[in-house]
Design a binder for this molecule. Structure first.
Ligand code: DSN
Length: 483
């Protein structure tokens, strides 16, 4: 009698079969997919915003749901034949509401930027457009007179937003001028205390009192500490602002109940956005959670600012969120932070300089100026040694956002792979060894270069070898054999 297939053989059969089908049409794509798995298996991934989605999540994305148009919301579509899309969208939203304790979840955004755009326009719709329609005694914008429409458009374009500055760890969608958020809003930034590197709530309160923003955004992509969302909400309430939190980076820590109380944004903010592929470990995508007053405005996201929903990705979101509701996810989230703190301690004891002196979350922000390097030089030297990171500004960065003075390190991916605190200490040693063996280079003009560097080749080789050995003990996707 044939043996029952194990998970290992089932996953291998699924992915091998998929690649065979693809290979029959465009073999180069099948090869690239296989090569990507090999690359990911071989690299020591410390990119704070990346992770490894489960085989179930990956497979949920690769199917005929991709073919379906489904503008609208569950049970209220602009296209016929959406009952199965309704099923997966409703499931994803239900899981999201349950995990995060949110009144409403909108799972259609395709990315974090999209989720933030949906949120901005939901707040503008609720607080600017709706009152204007009410005042004019009409139900929708098409019924406004030309004069009232013109006044409303000016009013929509005349709103203020207060967000964390990019070099303090905020995100480019929080009002950075080159991004649409900085063009849509009259924007002001809050930074961190230069002495501690921490959010200065008193300064933020003062700024909010003076600026009177419509929206205050909390959340970050490169801040290694926690934000007190209760205080943020108090400040927002005091100045009549809506508190929006972008928890894209730390959603997994919220789902895993590592961030609770004042540090869980959902009970405090009127609207919360996230991506689903970072610490939450789902498919690439976005999501919005909100209170019941904002729900109808958020649900207009498509076609207001989003193209047609991606039902295959919503299916994968439902699977990932179901995974995040399993008891093991709490342990995973806890280990992300334990690992991050072990990595920080390992670097500190070797004399490295960390922004804020440590971490409370999944991010470690290493100021590489202590090694005499720019972020760009450090990022390249680490990559040469098999360690994948990304350069990042530090507060008041003298090197700007391109060269930077920092390296952002994050532990969600390696924690998924099973590495623990002992391995983090060794990784800290490897990072320190590489950076200490790297010297800034000179440009063609003989002047110091912010990009060129000289790395001792023997050190790079030795560290890359050690990284490979370390990873061999923690196989990525052990159930998948493509050979
Ligand atoms: N690109 C993401 C990050 O790396 O943090 C945010 O958009």
């Amino acid at each position: 009698m044939a043996e029952e297939p194990t998970a290992r053989t089932t996953e291998s059969i699924a992915f091998r079969s998929a690649l065979d089908v693809i290979r029959g049409v465009e073999p180069r794509v099948a090869d690239a997919i296989g090569a990507e798995l090999a690359d990911q298996r071989e690299s020591l991934k410390l990119i704070a915003s990346e992770n490894y989605a489960s085989p179930a999540v990956l497979l949920a994305m690769g199917n005929w749901f991709s073919d379906k148009y489904a503008e609208g919301t569950v049970g209220r579509r602009f296209y016929a034949g959406c009952r199965n899309v309704d099923t997966v969208e409703a499931l994803a939203a239900e899981h999201a509401r349950e995990i995060f304790g949110a009144a409403h979840a909108y799972v259609q955004p395709h990315s974090g930027i999209d989720a933030n755009l949906v949120a901005f326009w939901a707040v503008l719709s609720q607080r600017v457009e709706s009152p204007a329609l009410h005042k004019a005694g009409v139900r929708q914008v098409n019924d406004l007179t030309e004069a009232d429409w013109s006044a409303l458009r000016r009013e929509l374009g005349n709103q203020r937003m207060l967000g964390m500055s990019l070099d303090a760890g905020g995100h480019l969608t929080h009002g950075f001028r080159p991004n649409i958020s900085g063009k849509m809003f009259d924007q002001r930034s809050y930074g961190t205390d230069p002495a501690t590197g921490l959010v200065d709530y008193d300064a933020l309160r003062e700024s909010a009192r003076e600026f009177r923003p419509l929206i205050i955004i909390a959340g970050y992509s490169a801040y290694p500490r926690l934000v007190n969302f209760r205080i943020m909400r108090e400040i927002a309430d005091e100045v009549g602002a809506t508190l929006m939190v972008d928890m894209a980076h730390f959603a997994g820590l919220v789902a895993g109940k590592v961030l609770t109380g004042d540090f869980d944004p959902v009970p405090h903010a009127q609207i919360v956005t996230t991506t689903t592929h970072k610490s939450l470990r789902g498919p690439r995508g976005g999501m919005v959670l909100c209170d019941s007053e904002l729900a109808e405005h958020v649900d207009r996201g498509c076609p207001m600012v989003l193209g047609g929903p991606l039902p295959h990705v919503m299916a994968a979101k439902a699977v990932a969120l179901a995974e995040a509701r399993q008891p093991g996810f709490h342990d995973y989230a806890r280990r992300i932070v334990d690992n991050s703190q072990a990595l920080a301690e390992g670097l500190l004891k070797r004399g490295a300089r960390l922004v804020t002196g440590g971490t409370d979350n999944h991010i470690v922000l290493l100021d590489v100026s202590g090694y005499g390097l720019t972020g760009r030089q450090a990022e390249a030297a680490l990559l040469d040694s098999g360690i994948v990171t990304n350069r990042n500004s530090v507060p008041q960065d003298p090197n700007g956002a391109w060269y930077t003075s920092g390296i952002r390190l994050g532990t969600p991916a390696l924690t998924t792979r099973g590495l623990g605190t002992a391995e983090m200490d060794e990784i800290a040693a490897l990072i320190d060894t590489v950076l200490a063996a790297t010297a800034p280079g000179t440009g063609a003009d003989g002047k110091p270069s912010k990009a060129k560097y000289a790395l001792d080749a023997a050190v790079a080789q030795q560290v890359a070898g050690r990284a490979t050995d370390l990873l061999a003990g923690f196989p990525l996707y052990p159930g998948i054999d493509l050979s």
